[in-house]
Structure formats: structure tokens, C-alpha cells
Design a protein around this ligand. Structure first.
Ligand SMILES: *[C@@H]1O[C@H](CO)[C@@H](O)[C@H](O)[C@H]1NC(C)=O
Ligand SMILES: *[C@@H]1O[C@H](CO)[C@@H](O)[C@H](O)[C@H]1NC(C)=O
Ligand SMILES: *[C@@H]1O[C@H](CO)[C@@H](O)[C@H](O)[C@H]1NC(C)=O
Ligand SMILES: *[C@@H]1O[C@H](CO)[C@@H](O)[C@H](O)[C@H]1NC(C)=O
Ligand SMILES: *[C@@H]1O[C@H](CO)[C@@H](O)[C@H](O)[C@H]1NC(C)=O
Ligand SMILES: *[C@@H]1O[C@H](CO)[C@@H](O)[C@H](O)[C@H]1NC(C)=O
Ligand SMILES: *[C@@H]1O[C@H](CO)[C@@H](O)[C@H](O)[C@H]1NC(C)=O
Ligand SMILES: *[C@@H]1O[C@H](CO)[C@@H](O)[C@H](O)[C@H]1NC(C)=O
Ligand SMILES: *[C@@H]1O[C@H](CO)[C@@H](O)[C@H](O)[C@H]1NC(C)=O
Ligand SMILES: *[C@@H]1O[C@H](CO)[C@@H](O)[C@H](O)[C@H]1NC(C)=O
Ligand SMILES: *[C@@H]1O[C@H](CO)[C@@H](O)[C@H](O)[C@H]1NC(C)=O
Ligand SMILES: *[C@@H]1O[C@H](CO)[C@@H](O)[C@H](O)[C@H]1NC(C)=O
Ligand SMILES: [Cu+2]
Length: 568
């Protein structure tokens, strides 16, 4: 299913559209229809004894193909007993926050038996994104690729690949993921780490857990051809290194934004991030492992199993097909911070005339948010406390109706707009933590006026432990203008900011024991979630939301909600 040739799939989609198209209402682009049925499916190859939640019985789920400028309509019907919603991760959703997907932030969940049609237009974006469930831990199995091709006859700003392949990296529990997180919340400790990592849903022969079947994804390649690998990290809690034995990879795009091409031995990719690389099949014909395993430079338990897939030259002599002739890559050590830092620092926006980097050069709103772990008191927990997490000491409390709905309808009492701009009690964030590790609780949002230019410093803390937090912002891309270790220094660090061609992304890994500075223009009215993309930290409260007011001009207000928007 995955890794199909894009052209043939788009032809299929086009035929489907010709048959189904009712009316063409968009000015530019096509309307692409998809039907997602959330249903249970037994996936015995991964030794799961119970069914998993899937889309259309597929794992990973179907790939959405569209072009820049297209409108996508996805009718999601929920046939399982879990409440569910789906997030189109990285799609800007200009004025269409109703289609963004995080449950209780922009919509109430789709309940059993209900349908909801997500309706959005892809504006100014092209590249690889993905979609995933955005409620509880269901995204462990409910995810798939979202491929946005350039407008017709617009070329890539890099040599045209012979083929395009999607590689979704995942994380698999040989257990019910809801039981895993619920057990952790009950005990107060960290949840069980996963049982293996996967590439296109398959662990490969090294995915060693008690499962006799070593299902493996195989990618056939032809000598001297070039492949565009669309790599997606859909894992719940693990940043990953991705490697192909003997082959260098040329990074050309991250998070659906073109980059200046650069060669690397390994890719570093956090949950929520996507990376497009070119691979030249120019080695001795044979079989080579592709591999993914965690990057973890904090003292936090992690599933260290290596997922593998096979790159197989079609013209390889048969003698190279025995399994002991597969070449294994030299993956960086799990704690190789230097490699990961250098990789992040190598990413630059393409910043060409056609694809400029529109970095805000001035700042209207300065924010400094600590992102870190914490404790909650818990009388029934083993140690009398429960692991928690917070931004600026606020551990986010989920509302019971959607924030966007409350904002649009002026419903009071659901949230406040007083999220602190700065840590309420400054301390040496990456030094000795304060004695009191408890947090405050609240459904507090940051109000941003339309079109304001925002600078946000994300500062890791050493509370419980320093850790690398991949922070994801909905509704916007941001520019990563700076980062460093230790505490952000407002007097010294801005002098080193890159305001010319910094990476433009929707998810950034804040370095372990360090900080990251991002800038964005608040040009998208609505309510936009921001959270750690490590699901365990989100569960513990490392999340908040921005409320961006409407502008005064035409086309600067959020559109009214669709009629089929689910109700709470
Ligand atoms: C999954 O397998 C179990 C046991 O074989 C069976 O009872 C159940 O109906 C199956 N469920 C689905 C959704 O196929
Ligand atoms: C969405 O799909 C469901 C189930 O197939 C169907 O009942 C419903 O009419 C569809 N909604 C729209 C708007 O097409
Ligand atoms: C999708 O949303 C647009 C507005 O953005 C609206 O004009 C259109 O009718 C919607 N389509 C469907 C099928 O609801
Ligand atoms: C967590 O792991 C332990 C040890 O392997 C196991 O006994 C327990 O059943 C697991 N918990 C869940 C909820 O899967
Ligand atoms: C940093 O990364 C660049 C791009 O991959 C590479 O050329 C360079 O050798 C790396 N430097 C170090 C010190 O690893
Ligand atoms: C992975 O972790 C397990 C348990 O902590 C450990 O026993 C094993 O040696 C580790 N494997 C590797 C390859 O680091
Ligand atoms: C390689 O193996 C395949 C399948 O077993 C066979 O059809 C083919 O003829 C073999 N090629 C050579 C060069 O031996
Ligand atoms: C990384 O881990 C290895 C093996 O556990 C250890 O020997 C080494 O000191 C660690 N390196 C760093 C920089 O922490
Ligand atoms: C909400 O309040 C704004 C500003 O006071 C007003 O313009 C808008 O019509 C109100 N919306 C609703 C649904 O009452
Ligand atoms: C903060 O803590 C670090 C690590 O202990 C230390 O090196 C640094 O001097 C401290 N900074 C201040 C301002 O106290
Ligand atoms: C966080 O908030 C809690 C509850 O109000 C308070 O006890 C604690 O001192 C605060 N910690 C920090 C670092 O602000
Ligand atoms: C599903 O969502 C509705 C609306 O928020 C809520 O009332 C209901 O309790 C939820 N059901 C489950 C099984 O969580
Ligand atoms: Cu985190």
C-alpha cells in the first residue's frame, strides 16, 4: 500500500474525481474526495491479540494525495466505540480551524456512528505532511501520509526523482495503547515504552519482541535511478535517527517547506516532523538495510529497538539475496547530541525568489515559555505524586466543549485569555530546579492580535529531568531563528539569530537542557493548539493554545462552522 508510485495513484484519484465531482467551486485547483471509515482491524502480523483502530482497515492508513491549491474533503465516519477526531498535521487551515482536528480544541470528537467532513484548501504549501488521530493515544495506529504535489507543471526546485516513496516511521505497542497510558496515570509513573518501531507499519527482521513474524517493508530500486523518500515520524514518544546503509541522503524539504539541499549520513526526525530526501541508487547492486532507532540524550527510558526495511536493487545478482548479505547502516549512538545538533543547524530554508522565507524582521509580541516536566499530587499513587508537565507552570486542563466553538460563539467560562507571557517565577531553568515541583492548572490561552509578529522562546527545564521536547504549533509555520544550550540570554543570544534563511517548520525539537527561538506572523484567525508532540508529555499537560483575533479586512475572519460539526 505504502510506497506506491505517486503518478499512478494520482491517476486513480483523478479518475475517481471525474466520476464523483459534483460541482467545482474553487477558483483554482481540484476538489479531492476521500472517505475514512474508522474501524477495528485484527493485525495479526504484529502479534496483536486484539483488534487495532484503523482507517478503512489499513495500517498505516491511506495516503492523501493532493496538489497545492486543491480543496480536500474527507468524510470521516466513526465505527468504533472510542470518540475520535483527525488532525491534518501541518496544514495551515487558513480561516478553516474547524477542520484542524484536535479534540476539544477546534471540534468536539466524532462519536460512534457519526460522520464529519473535513473541508480545507491547501494554500501556499507543497511537500510531505501527515494526518493522525488527535485524541487520547489513538494516533498510535490511526495515521497516514499526506502528500501535496506542486501545482500542475510546476517543477521541484531539485532534480526530478525517478520515483517517490513514502516511509512512515511508527511506534508499536503489543498492547492496547489506552490501557498503557491509563495504567501510567493510575500509578503516577511513566508509561511502558513501546515494543518496537516500524517502517510503513512493519518492524523488519530486527524488531525483536516476542513475535515470530518479522514483517518487512522492501523497497525495490533500479541502479542509477534517483528516489525521493518522503520520511514521516508518526511515533508517539520517540525522536528517531533514520539511515540507509552505504547511501548518503540529500535533504531537500522539511515539514512541507523546501530547504537548501545538503548531504547527510543520517536524518534526525522528531515526532510530528517530516523530511524529504533524495537517494541515488548508485552503490553496488545488493540489499541494504534502512533503519530507524531513537535519538535520546536525556536520562529517560526509551524503546531502543531498531526498525528495519530493505532497499533492494532489482538488478542485483542473486548471490547477494541471502539474508547474511544485507548491509546494516552505522546509526549514530542514541545519545549522539553532537550529530543531532549539527543536523538541525544544517537545515536552511531555500529562500529563493519563488519560495522566499518571510521571516518577521520585527517583533510585536515577546513570549518566553518554559516547557518541562513537573509533579501533581496524587493520594492514590504509589509515591503520593504523579508525573506531570507544564508550560510556564500551567498544566493544561482539557475543556469539555471545543475552545474554537466557545471563542466563535462568545461562550464564557470555558477558557481565559491570561496565559502568562513569561514564567511566573523565574529560576535557573536548566540549573538546580526549585524545591516545589507542583504546577498550577488551567485552561488558559494567549490572545494574539491579527497579523502580530510573535517571537516565542521555548526554554527546556531541568524539573525532574531535562528532555528534548518536539513542540508542534497548529495553524502556522514558524521560523527557527535561534537555539542553544542552557538558559536563553535575552541580552546576548538575539545577536546570533538567523533572520535570513532559518528553517521553516511546524514542529521543532527544543534541545535537551536548552532553548529554541521561533518567530511567526499571527495571520490565521482562530484557536490554535501548541503542544509537545511526545504524546506522554501532552497527556501530562504540556500544551496550551493561542487565540488569534479576526482582522478588520475582508478574508481576515474565521469562516462560520460547517453544519455537520460534531457536538459535545
Ligand atoms: C479479531 O479476531 C478475533 C479472534 O479471532 C475475532 O473474534 C474478532 O471478531 C476479530 N475482529 C475483527 C474486527 O476482525
Ligand atoms: C459520509 O459518509 C457516511 C458513511 O458512508 C454517509 O452516511 C454520509 O452521508 C457521508 N456524508 C457526506 C456529507 O457525504
Ligand atoms: C467547503 O468549505 C467552503 C468554504 O471554505 C465552502 O464554500 C464549501 O461549500 C464547502 N464544501 C462542502 C462540501 O461543504
Ligand atoms: C507494562 O509492562 C509490564 C512489564 O513488562 C507488564 O507486566 C504490564 O502488563 C504492562 N502494562 C500494560 C498496560 O501493558
Ligand atoms: C555537519 O553536517 C553537515 C551536513 O550533513 C556535514 O557536511 C558536516 O560534516 C557535519 N559536521 C560534523 C562536525 O559532523
Ligand atoms: C536496549 O535496552 C535494554 C533494556 O534497557 C538493554 O538491555 C539493551 O542492552 C539495550 N540495547 C541496545 C542495543 O542498546
Ligand atoms: C535469480 O532468481 C530468480 C528467482 O529465483 C530467477 O528467476 C532468475 O533467473 C535468477 N537470475 C539469475 C541471474 O540467476
Ligand atoms: C553515550 O552512551 C555511551 C554508552 O552508554 C556512553 O559510553 C557515552 O559516554 C555516552 N556519551 C555521552 C556524550 O553521554
Ligand atoms: C461575539 O462577539 C463579537 C464581538 O463582540 C461579535 O461581533 C460577534 O457577533 C459575537 N458572536 C456571536 C456568535 O455572538
Ligand atoms: C544555572 O545553573 C547552571 C548549572 O548548574 C550553572 O552553570 C549556572 O551558573 C547557573 N546560572 C546562574 C545564573 O545561576
Ligand atoms: C507553580 O504553581 C504552583 C501552584 O500555584 C506553585 O506552588 C509553584 O510554586 C509554582 N512553581 C513555579 C516554578 O512557578
Ligand atoms: C464522547 O464525547 C462526548 C462529547 O464530548 C462525551 O459526552 C462522551 O462521554 C464521550 N464518550 C466517550 C466514550 O469518551
Ligand atoms: Cu515533551
Amino acid at each position: 500500500m505504502m510506497g506506491r508510485i505517486v503518478n499512478s495513484v494520482l491517476t486513480t484519484v483523478t479518475v475517481f474525481l471525474v466520476l464523483l465531482s459534483v460541482s467545482v467551486w474553487t477558483v483554482e485547483g481540484k476538489t479531492r474526495h476521500y472517505n475514512f471509515h474508522i474501524q477495528l482491524k485484527n493485525v495479526s502480523r504484529l502479534c496483536h491479540t486484539k483488534p487495532i483502530v484503523t482507517v478503512n482497515g489499513q495500517f498505516p492508513g491511506p495516503t492523501i494525495y493532493a496538489r497545492e491549491g486543491d480543496t480536500v474533503l474527507i468524510n470521516v465516519t466513526n465505527r468504533v466505540t472510542y470518540n475520535l477526531s483527525i488532525h491534518w498535521h501541518g496544514i495551515r487551515q487558513l480561516r478553516t480551524g474547524w477542520a484542524d482536528g484536535p479534540a476539544y480544541i477546534t471540534q468536539c470528537p466524532i462519536q460512534n456512528g457519526q460522520s464529519y467532513t473535513y473541508n480545507f484548501t491547501i494554500t501556499g504549501q507543497r511537500g510531505t505532511l501527515f494526518w493522525h488521530a488527535h485524541i487520547l493515544w489513538l494516533r498510535a495506529t490511526v495515521y497516514g501520509a499526506l502528500v501535496i504535489l506542486p501545482k500542475p507543471s510546476v517543477p521541484y526546485p531539485f532534480p526530478k526523482p525517478n520515483k517517490e516513496i513514502t516511509l512512515i516511521l511508527g511506534e508499536w505497542w503489543n498492547a492496547d495503547v489506552e490501557a498503557v497510558i491509563n495504567a501510567a496515570l493510575k500509578s503516577g509513573g511513566a508509561p511502558n515504552v513501546s515494543d518496537t518501531h516500524t517502517i510503513n507499519g512493519k518492524p523488519g527482521p530486527l524488531g525483536t519482541f516476542t513475535c515470530p513474524i518479522k514483517d518487512t517493508f522492501v523497497l525495490p530500486v533500479e541502479q542509477s535511478k534517483t528516489y525521493l523518500l518522503r520520511i514521516i515520524n508518526a511515533a508517539l514518544n520517540d525522536e528517531l535517527f533514520f539511515d540507509v546503509a552505504s547511501h548518503h541522503l540529500t535533504v531537500v524539504e522539511v515539514d512541507a517547506v523546501y530547504t537548501k539541499p545538503f548531504d547527510t549520513k543520517s536524518v534526525v526526525i522528531a515526532p510530528g516532523q517530516t523530511t524529504n530526501v533524495l537517494l541515488h541508487a548508485n552503490k553496488n547492486p545488493g540489499r541494504y538495510f534502512m533503519a530507524a532507532r531513537p535519538f535520546m540524550d536525556a536520562p529517560v527510558p526509551v524503546d531502543n529497538r531498531t526498525a528495519t526495511a530493505i532497499l533492494q536493487y532489482t538488478n542485483a545478482p542473486n548471490s547477494s539475496f541471502s539474508s547474511n548479505m544485507i548491509v546494516m547502516p552505522q546509526i549514530p549512538a542514541p545519545n549522539d547530541t553532537a550529530f543531532a545538533t549539527n543536523f538541525s543547524n544544517s537545515i536552511r530554508s531555500l529562500n529563493s525568489a519563488q519560495y522566499p522565507a518571510k521571516v518577521p524582521q520585527t517583533v510585536d509580541r515577546n513570549l518566553l515559555f518554559t516547557v518541562g516536566l513537573a509533579l501533581d499530587s496524587c493520594a492514590t499513587c504509589v509515591s503520593g505524586s504523579r508525573a506531570s508537565a507544564a508550560i510556564n507552570n500551567v498544566s493544561f486542563v482539557m475543556p469539555t466543549i471545543a475552545l474554537l466553538q466557545a471563542h466563535f460563539q462568545n461562550i464564557t467560562g470555558v477558557f481565559t485569555k491570561d496565559f502568562p507571557d513569561n514564567p511566573p517565577t523565574p529560576f535557573n531553568y536548566t540549573g538546580t530546579p526549585p524545591k516545589n515541583l507542583f504546577t498550577s492548572k488551567g485552561t488558559r490561552l494567549t490572545r494574539l492580535s491579527y497579523n502580530s509578529k510573535v517571537q516565542l522562546i521555548l526554554q527546556d527545564t531541568s524539573v525532574l529531568t531535562v528532555d528534548n521536547h518536539p513542540i508542534h504549533l497548529h495553524g502556522f509555520n514558524f521560523f527557527i531563528v535561534g537555539s542553544g544550550l542552557g538558559n536563553y540570554n535575552p541580552n546576548k543570544d538575539p545577536a546570533n539569530f538567523n533572520l535570513v534563511d532559518p528553517p521553516e517548520r511546524n514542529t521543532v525539537g527544543v534541545p535537551t537542557g536548552g532553548w529554541t527561538a521561533i518567530r511567526f506572523t499571527a495571520d490565521n484567525p482562530g484557536v490554535w493548539f501548541m503542544h509537545c508532540h511526545l504524546e506522554v508529555h501532552t497527556t501530562w499537560g504540556l500544551k496550551m493554545a493561542f487565540v488569534v483575533e479576526n482582522g478588520k479586512g475582508p478574508n481576515q475572519s474565521i469562516l462560520p462552522p460547517p453544519k455537520d460539526l460534531p457536538k459535545c
